[in-house]
Design a protein around this ligand. Sequence first.
Ligand code: FES
Length: 175
Amino acid sequence: MATVATDYTNKVKVTDEVAEFPESVVEEMRSHLTKYPKDRSRSALIPLLFVIQRERGYIDNPGVNYLAQFLNLEVTDIWETATFYSMFNMHPVGKYHIQMCKTLSCKIMGEPELTDHICSKLGIKAGETTEDGKFTVTRVECLGSCGTAPMMQIGFDYHENLTKEKLDQIIEECE
Ligand code: FES
């Protein structure tokens, strides 16, 4: 299976373009602001980044420019938060974004073999997306579920105590 490489070392192309959103999405973003004190609107940044990612597919430059204007912040304020968390993607990812935890507990419990297994099954390397856009595999830092290592995250779901057999079954169930 051919693959599409996702080079996470590539710099994001910075432009002045500002994203546009339907009124319903703008309304949703405004509703996040109401959850925080008026002088603490920056606190809404994480939920707003999730909205940008959902609407744009990933955290892109026009989306960041929009948020900077929306929150009256510098674009660097947005980027420094967005790039800190592995839950935000700076590049397009597949429909199923498989994030394998590569930190100590998971590594000791077999993560490298599991990542090799899933990559070989999908015909890609870690950091790549299948050509059909269905799967992306990335290796991420601790996802906070060390007691059920080895584990991975797909979308918002955790899959724990993984084995090769369990991995195969999860992949089979991805439509
Ligand atoms: S080390 Fe994998 S969840 Fe913490």
